[in-house]
Design a binder for this molecule. Structure first.
Ligand code: GDP
Length: 309
């Protein structure tokens, strides 16, 4: 069994590739919930939804969030009524949040709701929230302390960041299924998807015990979300700079030092391989940009080959 740790966009792309390469019993995808928030009385889980929609084949590939073929009647009516419209919720997507919230209020865990929603959408591989307990990523910026979605969506990642915090992470437990997967004797390796290391992977590793177990696993591979010094999408490179690091795959290697044995970097970063290897990490040079389904599967198979070697 392979465990994949994922955020939204980059995580979902590689998770989809892994799902094409592995049968349902062979893959468990654990997803960041530090981005979760309550909006309009609803529990929204942006990364879980991106992974779920992507694996179900119903994601909007252009936006990187939400569903394809959306309609926007709800948003238009909200605008007419003068309600908050900074966070876009398509009509189909809205049903996910309403149903999730209904089930959570009736006492179900986020893990159980996620399994049910994924099942309904035809996702055959296991998708798990990192925790059933609330963990909230908070970004300290020049505009003060911002909840993650306020920083990411409302402020479009513009304010300069000085620090990132994972509220309540120290009191959170990994979801029972995540803990079981980490302890499973059938665990062959862990793939850290090319997700934002600070915003998507760090919250997962911040749950007590998780970082140590991952670090002890002999086969852990990460894929760099930074290619040629730039993020493919999102604020990873901007954040690196603001947090005092040089944006690049080498910095990703430094960040994952002590946790991963192998770092997959893009061909355009091949020259960094000796510096990465000097850190004690195997640098695996591959085509790390996933342009389409074939690219996702190719990168996933390359990761699996590097993992078992
Ligand atoms: P978010 O929670 O929606 O921001 O999603 P993630 O953290 O999972 O993904 C964002 C990261 O994915 C960014 O840092 C991107 O650079 C990275 N990313 C997106 N597409 C690709 C890709 O095709 N290849 C690689 N290597 N990284 C990617």
């Amino acid at each position: 069994m392979i465990l994949a740790l994922a955020g939204g966009v980059g995580g979902a792309k590689l998770a989809a590739g892994l799902a094409r390469a592995l049968s349902p019993g062979e893959l468990t995808v654990v997803v960041n919930t530090g981005d979760d928030f309550d909006h309009l009385g609803l529990h929204v889980s942006p990364d879980l939804d991106t992974v779920m929609y992507t694996l179900a084949g119903v994601a909007n590939p252009q936006a990187g969030w939400g569903r394809e073929g959306e309609t926007w009647n709800f948003m238009q009516s909200m605008a007419t009524l003068g309600g908050p419209t900074w966070f876009q919720l398509g009509d189909k997507d809205l049903a996910t949040h309403i149903e999730r919230t209904r089930c959570l209020r009736s006492g179900e865990s986020l893990t159980s709701v996620t399994r049910a929603l994924c099942g309904r959408l035809g996702v055959r591989h296991a998708v798990l929230p990192m925790s059933d307990d609330p963990v909230r990523t908070v970004v300290h910026t020049e505009k003060g302390e911002l909840d993650f979605q306020h920083y990411f969506v409302r402020e479009r990642c513009k304010p300069r960041v000085s620090r990132i915090e994972y509220h309540k992470a120290s009191a959170a437990r990994p979801s029972p299924q995540f803990a079981a997967a980490l302890a499973d004797p059938a665990l062959e390796g862990i793939v850290i998807c090319p997700s934002n290391p600070y915003l998507s992977i760090a919250p997962i590793l911040a749950i007590p015990g998780v970082r140590d177990v991952v670090a002890r696993c002999p086969r852990v591979l990460a894929v760099s979300p930074i290619i040629a010094g730039k993020a493919v999408k999102g604020p990873a490179a901007k954040l690196m700079q603001e947090l005092g690091a040089q944006p690049g795959a080498l910095e990703i290697a430094r960040w994952y030092r002590g946790i991963v044995r192998t770092l997959v970097i893009d061909r355009s970063d091949a020259a960094l391989a000796p510096q990465i290897e000097a850190l004690g990490i195997v640098a695996a040079v591959e085509d790390a940009l996933m342009r389409d389904d074939a690219g996702r599967e190719r990168l996933a198979r390359a990761c699996l080959a590097r993992l078992v070697r």
